[in-house]
Design a protein around this ligand. Sequence first.
Ligand code: ZN
Length: 1009
Amino acid sequence: MNTENRNFPARPPPSFSSSPFASAPPPGVPPQSVGPEAVGFRPPTRPFTPPGPPMAPPAGVMRPGQPPLVSQIPGSRPPGPPLPSFPSTAYGPPGGGGGSFQRFPTPPPPFPATQNPPPSGPSPPQTLAGHLSPPMSFRPQQPMGPPPPSMTSGLPGGFASPPGPGFQQSMPGGPQPSYPGYPSNQVLQGPPKPFQSPSQGPPSAVSSYPSQTGGFSQHPGQQNMHPSYAPPPTSNVQGLVEDFNSLSLSNIPGSLEPGLDHTSFPRPLDGDVEPSSFAEAHPMNCHSRYLRLTTSAIPNSQSLASRWHLPLGAVVCPLAEAPEGEEVPLIDFGSSGIIRCRRCRTYVNPYVTFTDSGRKWRCNICSMLNDVPGEYFSHLDATGRRMDMDQRPELTKGSVEIIAPTEYMVRPPMPPIYFFLIDVSFSATKSGMLEVATQTIKSCLDNLPGYPRTQIGFITYDSTLHFYNMKSSLSQPQMMVVSDLDDIFVPLPDDLLVNLSESRNVVEAFLDSLPLMFHDNVNVESAFGPALKAAYMVMNQLGGKLLIFQNSLPSLGVGRLKLRGDDPRVYGTDKEYTLRVAEDTFYKQMAADCTKFQIGINVYAFSDKYTDIASLGTLAKYTGGQVYYYPGFQSSIHGDKLRHELARDLTRETAWESVMRIRCGKGIRFSSYHGNFMLRSTDLLALPAVDCDKAYAMQLTLEETLLTTPTVYFQVALLYTASCGERRIRVHTAVAPVVTDLGEMYRQADTGSIVSVYSRLAIEKTLSSKLDDARNVIQQKIVKALREYRNLNAVQHRLGSRLIYPESLKFLPLYGLAIGKSTPLQGGPADASLDDRCAAGFTMMALPVKKLLKLLYPSLFRVDEWLLKPSADLDDLKDVVRRLPLAAESLDSRGLYIYDDGFRLVLWFGRMLSPDIAKNLLGSDFAAELSRVTLQEQENGMSKKLMRLIKKVRENDPSYHPMCFLVRQGEQPREGFLLLRHLIEDQMGGSTSYVDWILQLHRQIQQNA
Ligand SMILES: [Zn+2]
């Protein structure tokens, strides 16, 4: 298949003028905001008017959980709008297109590569609103009030009492006697031979990493393997350092030379260091926070590309937050219209050239010569530069945001819509989740984007569904209970989703009363699937953001899930992957339906037991959303985290009803996409709601044997509705040179981007294969790449027994090891619960590069000495938090350390830490078991200083709110779970240490070298 035909002239000309995102959707595509060829905006009208008697305020009080009062209203069910049939090609990538979803192995594949329509499943969308016939049972509206204490649905036998405070058990099967690989009474079982275990010696047994000096002071200058580092002269390699770095390893594979200096191994202790030379050479490129190529040197031929064993592609974060002063400029082309290439639809950008005295411009992507509209005309100066260049950000800046005129809309831009689907069953109320969630939502009402157009609505559920009439004329909301789960309908469809500013009082009254209303609810059932369908029926007129708060396994109605659990016996078999994919096609089908109607879903999950995150998370995955997981939620422990993260979710700037496409020059094309989204056509990502915390990875393919152009251009375009109601296009443009030299590709490699693509590929692999296989794939890819690199240099240099790598990839082996030890991929059944794995997988698929790297190689730093210093401000966090290698030998038992992976903070108290410090920081709890202690500010300078530091660490990255855990050296198994298992350079529980990993790679590289 020749993509040229899709991207360039072969497109039917009429779609050029009508479809800004050139690929015309296939026939039958439902209302979208992409182009006018899609069906128009359906007016939000529903013929259903609730008949009088049953909807009148009831005489008695109806409460959830009571036997349903059945009201028969023959023929009064809202017929609802006809749902367009599901287009056969709208979401499935074309056969053999290489899209990431072909690899998604849900059996049976809901989106087969054969372009068949997805199976409609047990509940085809048509039944959602159609075929509404009596009998129906629903309960008339009723004033809100607490449910009676007489609700006695009873607890099922297996219902555990809420867990105690402290460390939440993340392992299946209860607490483990000791962390695998760690004797319960010995904490600092260091990595192999050359390491000294501080716990075995007296306190004076100082770590071989003098942590107070921030690294390896005995080898200054080596810790990051700076190019100037000259390795020991074990062979004639002095001249090599200009070409690459190397590690001297033993001549005998598998054994360590006594002198092997593992402290000299490269470690990303400065975090994500982006290649800077490329950005400097191309100042008009968009900033790397928006687009990062895996290598900034594009191979000129397929044969060269085939020798580049690393991923060839990019990571895009279209809405990344820019620091103050670097905001993306907003452009209004006004009467001239948006300037785009008439052939390939590229947006005008700094790399186009003007000719013919300014009357024509040449497209940098397809070379087409376009006319300059009269309104956009400018004379050229002697150098051919437009005279008005300085007033035209679109001609000087790699990132701009363009105001889109009406032809970029098929309906009026939607208002921001927040719809909440909240579990109010026993555990949801008991855990305090309901209270924290409602309080947080209430506190954010003033800051929801889009005032005064913002709309809001709620459905709650346990074994029945509860709808709330929020009409502004009411003084308090009216609740309607629907207990027929088999034939869902929506009562009062027009008053469930209301304008927030008009109904503000009703919404506040609702949020205040909801926790009280269900305070004594003992219903443990979860009609989640029916509730989801109901929410979909309310929202599908306009779209919006659906926030789901789920506290237990969906147990009733459509989409109910089995306790299939985490069966250790399945691990290692061919069926292993099935644990990690959605069990019921209902979830993927609902996600597809929601994406079609511009509904983005975020899932908040809270259960202390198995809730099948694999299935629930599917909703977020295919709607461009996010999974937030708080296992064993208790408001006293996790409340702050939920408050912060929910507030961030509600108040961050959100792009609504979006689609994203990335264009690139002739001869190459993006062939696969990886992240949370749904593909609408071969290259159009549907993103109902996207924000600054979401990134997407993609891989490139060379379509032609040989590229003849000296450069390749990339252009990301995100068409979206801003919360203010403007339709906009955010455009990021970059250029990269085409090279003929493999060495140059390696020199221009970006490890951060490569690791982002790799981790997504590995997580996808776990959805069709064993964990072992997924880890092996990463290892093999790294081996192949480094072997190729070795061969490249072997001709000129005697390499001896050295592992060589380009400076640009010096951290790649360590990150590769870290991917294999990350939660979605690590170990076996005993190493992470299935829900933990799946939740982490969904999260990692969406993370921007920096955030992902921090999670893979977290920071560990010592703070006790800094705390003792009389005064130290936090102006430069870097000075305080000097990062240490992630190995047990970094820990001195006299110290206090902070581990920070961006999601959790762990404060590790060394056994020999001065009691004064512990007293200052923990107050009267200083000697208590730390699982019961929450860190709180004490009335002394040291404590305040530490709290300020933690606050600053959290503010540095507000995308998640890291919870703070305290652990004392030797507290097992907590110490293992909280910290030791995350010291990824160590060998533990069957995993490989950094030293062994390097030796393994080296051995494999030398095979067939
Ligand atoms: Zn063009």
